[in-house]
Design a protein around this ligand. Structure first.
Ligand code: AMP
Length: 222
């Protein structure tokens, strides 16, 4: 039984960190649309050139582009045994396309990470990525520290300056928060408290997933 996990929550909720950690522990791929887009921008591909300005403003890239990217990624062999999806869907249109993509696959487990707004603003103001490969810096890293993946330098994320942070949170409330209602009615939906230390969040996430899997009517598996 494949573990197909979808992480919901506002920017700064810790989705990326928890998704990475969980995917590594379970040996399944973490698929982050933000990472895919940042890599495309960095490599200056056609898609990268088209999405850069939109991302820098904190707005959402068009549904068609995003659905195409995710459809192609989820059809790859390594995603057949399960995956952790981070940053997608972000609109109801994306969620409904994802349901289409997931037909005849194991059900999506959906976990919403809840964090108060003031804490999100504080976290987003201090978040960094590698200047070279776009990987997110571990919490608490300092500017200029070396990236563990490629040796590049950590810098503040371009879309994390104050005005853009406010815009991204507005975009979240307007376009992505309705997703919580979209998924809440499913037996595989759970929400967890993301305003705790990362280890606690990780433990709650694992427990929520086990509960959601038994709620879906099949046995819990390690
Ligand atoms: P993230 O790293 O998930 O916060 O994504 C960074 C930026 O990439 C977002 O602010 C959007 O501009 C864009 N992006 C990532 N995922 C999506 C998506 N599913 N739909 C639209 N835009 C996205």
């Amino acid at each position: 039984m494949a573990l197909n996990l979808l992480m919901l929550g506002p920017p700064g909720a810790g989705k990326g960190t928890q998704a990475e950690r969980f995917a590594r522990a379970r040996g399944i791929p973490k698929i982050s649309t933000g990472d895919i887009l940042r890599e495309a921008v960095h490599a200056n591909t056609g898609i990268g050139q088209r999405v850069k300005a939109v991302m820098d403003r904190g707005e959402l890239v068009g549904d068609d582009v995003m659905i195409g990217i995710v459809r192609e990624r989820l059809e790859r062999e390594d995603a057949m045994g399960g995956f952790v999806l981070d940053g997608f869907p972000r609109t109801v249109a994306q969620a409904s396309a994802l349901d289409g993509i997931m037909t005849r696959r194991d059900p999506l487990i959906v976990v919403d990470i809840v964090v108060p707004e003031a804490e999100l603003v504080r976290r987003l103001g201090t978040r960094m990525i590698c200047d070279d490969c776009g990987t997110g810096a571990p919490v608490g890293s300092s500017v200029g520290a070396a990236c563990l993946k490629c040796g590049g330098r950590f810098v503040p994320r371009a879309d994390d300056d104050q005005a853009v942070v406010i815009e991204r949170l507005k975009v979240y409330h307007r376009q992505s928060e309705p997703l919580v209602e979209y998924y809440r009615v499913r037996p595989t939906f759970r929400s967890i408290d993301g305003a705790q230390p990362p280890d606690r969040v990780a433990a709650d996430l694992a427990a929520a997933i086990d509960a959601a899997r038994s709620g879906a009517g099949y046995g819990v598996q390690g």
